[in-house]
Design a protein around this ligand. Structure first.
Ligand code: IMP
Ligand code: MG
Length: 180
């Protein structure tokens, strides 16, 4: 039987400190202009909430997108299926897409290109808690990154392993092994 162990990769305090730094940079960059923050559910929701709570000078409006990237348990492959799209138009607005992780880049490439072609926002930026640059298959780079990580499967802080671990306040490495 497959079993797993979880080993802390990035602790809660380190994540919170980094989110404070990202929020300060975002406040600085938008210089008081309104931003539509768009968490990508489900994975991006916890990070997006923490980030928004740290924004001090940016007027924030929230919408959300829910997508599924179909694949097996530990890698996303194939197709992006939108389950829920934006409620209100973001035409002419500053859009900040917030996700848990960029892996192949397929999900954020799809979301970014679709919003640009359908909505014509004033600006669109990508913010991700985690980034796996070595896995990139699409020509897309995030504007704000919490942490670059190696090619390991992780969970916690919004990311799931088989549906669980999203509420773990740390990012953990998932180690699978054969056991009884
Ligand atoms: P993409 O390959 O960049 O499209 O990654 C899409 C999605 O796969 C991410 O938003 C995550 O939800 C999921 N994903 C990728 N790598 C991991 C991981 O290490 N742990 C948990 N989910 C992951
Ligand atoms: Mg995701």
């Amino acid at each position: 039987m497959e079993k797993e162990m979880f080993e802390t990769l990035i602790g809660k305090d380190e994540i919170e400190t980094r989110i404070g730094e990202l929020a300060a940079k975002i406040d600085y960059d938008y210089n008081g202009e309104e931003v539509v923050v768009v968490p990508v559910l489900k994975g991006g929701m916890i990070f997006a909430c923490s980030l928004m709570l740290e924004l001090k000078s940016t007027p924030v409006v929230v919408d959300y997108i829910d997508v599924s990237s179909y694949g097996n348990n530990t890698s996303s492959m194939g197709e992006v299926i939108p389950n829920k799209w934006l409620k209100d138009s973001v035409n002419g607005k500053n859009v900040l897409i917030v996700d848990d992780i960029i892996d192949s880049g397929r999900t954020l490439d799809y979301i970014k290109n679709r919003i640009i072609s359908e909505e014509r926002p004033k600006s669109i930026k990508l913010c991700t808690l985690l980034n796996k640059p070595s896995r990139r298959e699409f020509d897309i780079e995030p504007d704000y990154v919490g942490f670059d990580i190696e090619d390991v499967f992780v969970a916690g802080y919004g990311l799931d392993y088989k549906g669980y671990q999203r509420n773990n306040p740390s990012v953990v490495k998932v180690k699978q092994f054969k056991g009884n």
